[in-house]
Design a protein around this ligand. Structure first.
Ligand code: HEM
Length: 208
């Protein structure tokens, strides 16, 4: 039982990081409205949601086990205020910031209808900050950060996120392509949509 809490906190932290990586890549896939491996659109969205919620649950367990483990020296204040931790305050503080961004993303997801689509989208974009914060926190704070398996896992996650980000920002991304096509066909409508900050035609098949 001695190291059980510690093992549990490390394991849940690592699996949560992997799931946040999967969730980010799936989020970009949802945005593209493509259907990988022939999955229906709602299937990709459901996977994205499940990965995020499971990661959130695991982060909850990560924190509870750390609070219960007297050797970890984590207290409730550390969960709210970054950079005050007794051990590795900087790297632990990045974990606290990641937790706060996660809270924002989850709460804005729950209040999506009340917030409206535009506010939800802007708040949801903060999830791009969540992943690097969590990665750096894990590498800086974790016991396993120098082990080959953890370094390899972090490298694979980084490659996946960079590849997804490259696709998202590139001209081949379906929304960017549709947007360019729509600009040619409906320049006036798009100007209005841009002024409203909305995406009236962007992201929808041209002509709809
Ligand atoms: C999005 C939120 C978080 C994620 C994804 C996350 C993930 C991780 C990962 C991957 C590790 C490395 C585990 C290992 O080396 O095997 C770790 C370690 C650690 N985390 Fe977090 N973490 C988060 C939030 C927090 C918060 C808010 C705190 C406390 C304020 C915290 C405290 C710690 C501590 C003390 C360790 C070191 C455990 C050890 O001794 O190895 N984490 N975390």
């Amino acid at each position: 039982m001695d190291t059980a809490l510690w093992d549990f906190s490390r394991a849940t932290g690592v699996v949560a990081l992997v799931l946040l990586t999967v969730s980010l890549c799936l989020g970009i896939t949802v945005r593209s409205r493509t259907r990988p491996a022939g999955l229906p659109q709602y299937g990709v969205t459901a996977l994205h949601k499940s990965a995020s919620l499971t990661a959130t649950g695991l982060i909850g367990v990560h924190l509870i086990t750390l609070l219960l483990d007297s050797q970890a020296k984590v207290n409730l204040t550390d969960l709210l205020i970054p950079f005050l931790g007794a051990r590795h305050p900087f790297w632990q503080g990045l974990g606290t910031l990641a937790l706060e961004v996660l809270g924002l993303v989850v709460l804005s997801g729950l209040a999506r209808r009340r917030l409206g689509e535009r506010a939800f989208r802007w708040l949801h974009l903060t999830s791009y900050a969540l992943w690097p914060l969590a990665l750096l926190h894990g590498l800086g704070n974790g016991t396993d950060a120098r082990t080959p398996w953890m370094l390899s896992l972090c490298a694979v996650c980084t490659i996946a996120v960079l590849a997804a980000g490259w696709w998202r920002l590139g001209p081949s991304f379906p929304v960017a392509r549709r947007s360019a096509a729509a600009r040619l066909q409906h320049p006036e409508a798009l100007r209005t949509a841009d002024a409203l900050g909305g995406e009236a035609l962007v992201g929808q098949p041209v002509g709809q």
